[in-house]
Design a protein around this ligand. Structure first.
Ligand code: ADP
Ligand code: ZN
Ligand code: ZN
Length: 818
């Protein structure tokens, strides 16, 4: 008898064994997908791990339904990586598999599929087989079907290949699919050709157009738009303003009077020279590149610590090129793709067809295509740019992993499992493939800097900005003092206002940072002190002025703004604290003649929301941009000379052992957006605690001082890098039960680990979506075996789950939870 062990994409601990025929036994390779039955009627897509002849003892093996692949879709290297991840992050292989494979690879009976209706005729229909035709017909009565319903309709279980064909042909899509294919911005702008820019040519042009009154009118409209503002003129705007058609504008282009140009080019070419050859490095960059390469002779990992605008990207680019030239694959990890379109375009200019972008929000096609190109080591996917999920691509010839902005917290996946840290997992992936790793940041995480300065990683430093540009000048403004002296208007000190006025007068742009969105976080009754709470979560509702609503930032619950206090009926309601929306409102009153933009998760929702704001800002359509930490993500704006931080204190006061480190990073990164051209930038930081050591360190640009002081605190209070952390969260709807369960688990763990256990404790927001939360933190000293510790934890969990009244309690284990 022949068997295959498979991974099922569900949270069960072990591999499952199925029966196969002798022919299947010799055909199936690890990494191929098999459709298998599970439970009473479910069909899952599973992945073969190994074939063998050992009959399972405790259950009777079912037969597989069908083999779905002719060749494996992952290499053995990926299976090794998955196993490491499941073990290290204490989750199941199935959970890793679900995170690793694009959704389209995981069709199962519960998958919901939708018909894609297109206006254009469908050329593929004649290639469909009868089954696929039947599936399409089924959609005529129901727009949405479960795969299991398709099985019923066709009276058979073998339907996954037909559905796969339909997906490949773009006739059907998975329900969870969000189509946001990567489209580089290609907004068309129009300007006079250099020939016609000269004054007297203008008259000549008008004369020439004597017989084409409409074109003449367009040209006159162009001049009036130009007179109104110095900003670039969009073709679309000119069209609208002159009620012209695109063809009429085109006619002017063919006459040589106008030319059109696209943003995408303009944003990349700063110096105005048109080639996209890799830039020559300056001395500092040359040295850095050389040192990185040298460090690889005795290190796997190297940290490039370079101040903002030192030109780290160009160093990465040169290093990447040497690996590509050697025929190796390169993975370039970014915290978030959506926030880094500038970088994507820049790299596309350099690497063209060798670069592929991989993003979980892209369409099935794009993802599957990239996947297959990587699998087959195609040259068009030799360099992969992606957020954390790109780690799972089927690399087999990896030479280099670049982790850009390595300190970013979005490298950590919180939910669902696997709760991995992509930077750390990237290092493991690289070591499995004998590849090197380059971590880059202006503000490295403490752990990384510790590893680099203790010699575990190589360390290369760039202290100067590229092109002799000075670091911005930072000053701290004491807002308590300004308040006392009545020199505040709303949330703006007179110093900040003056600086904004000056910058705007010079035609420069301003960025203002406020860590909170919404209008003001809390509404409080002046009479009785009551603050409206979310009924589902243990937090106060946040006031959103634009919609006149009170909203919960945890679950989305919202109600109309109150006119009277819910508790005592008093009409004296007051707002406390403030968010980006309120700053925007104040700015509009202070600077009515300027365009104000806001960038936070409320304004960037929807497709390309973020890009639209960035583009508008780049093109000078926005003078002052207010935003949350989204602003920090490595953006390169040329015309920003002033950065203002409205209140540095709320970041510093977050109850988290990393709060100070993170505040330093955040402020330093936002400041880094100022003065990236010849003119020195200014950063103004408003605070109630102007003497706070972190603010002092930020204002001196003194990373090392911050590092040493924070490291000392971590040492005293026993936090990473001096120990490891595992956080266990329990969740349940019943308050009594969560109390008992967390006490039990806490005690059981204390029996083993003694005072390494903190908690159980309610987190700052102790109820979310009607579930109570309790946290238990395990601090594991460096010298204690991690494997044994994890085994002990799992054993305790097993005993916990065997207690019947606790079975409904959810347990979430988060390794390296910070
Ligand atoms: P960082 O990533 O360190 O913040 P960037 O790589 O964005 O810095 O570089 C800052 C600016 O300097 C960019 O506009 C970039 O185009 C420019 N720059 C960096 N290195 C070079 C170079 N070798 N030649 C020309 N321009 C460069
Ligand atoms: Zn009241
Ligand atoms: Zn809520």
């Amino acid at each position: 008898m022949y068997f295959v062990d498979v991974i099922l994409p569900i949270p069960v601990d072990n591999a499952f064994t199925y029966r196969i025929s002798e022919a299947e036994y010799s055909f199936i390779k690890p990494g191929m997908r098999l459709a298998v039955p599970f439970g009473k009627s479910k069909i899952y897509t599973s992945m073969a791990l190994s074939v063998h002849q050992n009959e399972p003892r405790i259950y009777e093996a079912k037969e597989i339904e069908q083999i779905l692949d002719e060749t494996p879709i992952v290499h053995p290297e990926q299976l090794t990586f998955w196993k490491w991840m499941a073990e290290y992050y204490m989750c199941t292989l199935g959970e890793v598999m679900r995170a690793a494979l694009p959704g389209a690879f995981l069709l199962e009976s519960e998958t919901i599929i939708k018909r894609i209706v297109k206006n254009s005729s469908q050329p593929h229909l004649d290639v469909l087989d009868e089954e696929a035709e039947m599936i399409l017909q089924a959609f005529e009565n129901k727009p949405i079907l479960r795969v299991s319903e398709v099985m019923q309709l066709l009276g058979k279980k073998r339907v996954l290949p037909s559905i796969k064909t339909l997906i490949d042909l773009d006739l059907v899509m998975l329900d969870q699919e969000i189509y946001e294919s990567y489209k580089p911005k290609l907004i068309s702008y129009v300007r006079l050709t250099p020939d016609y820019e000269v004054e007297n040519m203008m008259h000549q042009a008008l004369d020439e157009l004597d017989k084409a009154p409409k074109q003449r009118e367009i040209l006159l409209t162009y001049f009036s738009l130009q007179a109104r503002s110095k900003k670039a003129i969009k073709s679309k705007d000119l069209q609208d303003a002159s009620s012209a058609t695109a063809a009429q504008i085109k006619a002017l282009v063919s006459k040589g009077i106008f030319e059109t140009y696209k943003i995408q080019k303009d944003r990349i070419i700063y110096s105005g020279n048109e080639d996209s050859k890799i830039k020559d490095l300056n001395k500092q960059q040359e040295r850095a590149l050389k040192e990185i390469k040298e460090s690889y002779s005795n290190h796997e990992v190297c940290l490039l610590h370079g101040v903002t605008a030192s030109g780290k990207t160009e160093v990465y680019v040169n290093l990447i090129k040497s690996y590509l030239d050697a025929g190796k694959q390169v993975l370039y990890l970014l915290p978030e793709i959506a926030l880094t379109t500038q970088l994507v375009s820049r790299l596309q200019e350099y690497f063209g067809n060798q670069l592929s972008v991989f993003h979980s929000k892209y369409s099935v096609h794009e993802r599957v295509e990239v996947w297959n190109n990587v699998l087959n080591i195609e040259s068009k996917a030799q360099l992969i740019l992606g957020a954390r999920s790109a780690l799972f691509l089927p690399f087999s010839n990896l030479g280099l992993v670049v982790v850009d902005e390595e300190h970013e917290s979005s490298y950590k996946q919180y939910d669902p499992a696997p709760r991995y840290q992509a930077r750390d997992a990237g290092i493991v992936l690289a070591s499995l493939q004998n590849a090197k790793v380059l971590l880059g940041s202006a503000t490295p995480s403490l752990e990384t800097y510790y590893n680099a300065s203790s010699g575990k990683y190589g360390l290369v430093t760039m202290r100067e900005r590229y092109g002799n540009i000075l670091m911005p000048e930072n000053s701290i403004i004491d807002i308590q003092d300004r308040q006392r002296k009545k020199r505040m208007t709303g949330h703006f000190s007179d110093d900040l206002q003056r600086a904004i006025t000056d910058a705007l007068a010079l035609g420069e742009q301003v960025i203002l940072f406020q860590n909170r969105r919404g209008y003001s976080p809390i509404l409080e009754c002046n009479t009785c002190g009551h603050a409206p709470q979310c009924p589902n979560c243990d937090v106060s509702l946040t006031y959103h002025k634009h919609k006149e609503q009170l909203r919960c930032h945890y679950c989305g619950y919202h109600i109309a703004m109150l006119q009277k206090c819910m508790a005592c009926g008093s009409a004296e309601l007051d707002t406390k604290g403030f968010g980006t929306e309120q700053i925007e409102t104040e700015l509009k009153a202070l600077y009515p003649d300027y365009a104000i933009g806001r960038m936070d998760s409320d304004t960037t929702r929807g497709k390309f929301g973020f890009e639209k704001i960035i583009t508008a800002f780049e093109q000078g359509e926005i003078d002052i941009l207010v935003g949350t930490q989204m602003l920090t993500k490595g953006l390169d704006f040329r015309n920003v000379t002033l950065v203002g931080i409205l209140n540095a204190d709320n970041m510093l006061n977050i109850p988290d052992f990393r709060a100070h480190e993170r505040s330093f990073q955040l402020i330093q990164q936002v400041s880094g957006r100022a003065g990236r051209t010849e003119k020195r930038g200014t950063v103004l930081i408003q605070s109630y605690n102007p003497h706070h050591q972190i603010l002092q360190q930020v204002s001196m640009n003194d990373y090392e001082a911050m590092y040493h002081e924070q490291l000392e605190e971590r040492h005293i209070y026993k936090y990473p890098p001096f120990c490891r952390l595992i956080k266990i969260t329990l969740k349940h709807k019943d308050f009594q039960k969560i109390e008992e369960a967390s006490q039990w688990l806490g005690q059981a763990l204390k029996n083993i680990f003694r005072d390494e256990i903190l908690g159980p404790e309610p987190p700052p927001v102790s109820r979310i979506r009607n579930e109570y939360h309790r946290n238990i933190l395990i601090k594991i000293p460096r010298k204690q075996s991690l494997t044994k510790t994890k085994q002990a934890i799992l054993k305790v969990r097993t005993s916990f789950l065997s207690i019947s009244q606790f079975r409904s309690v959810k347990i979430v284990i988060n390794v390296d939870n910070y």
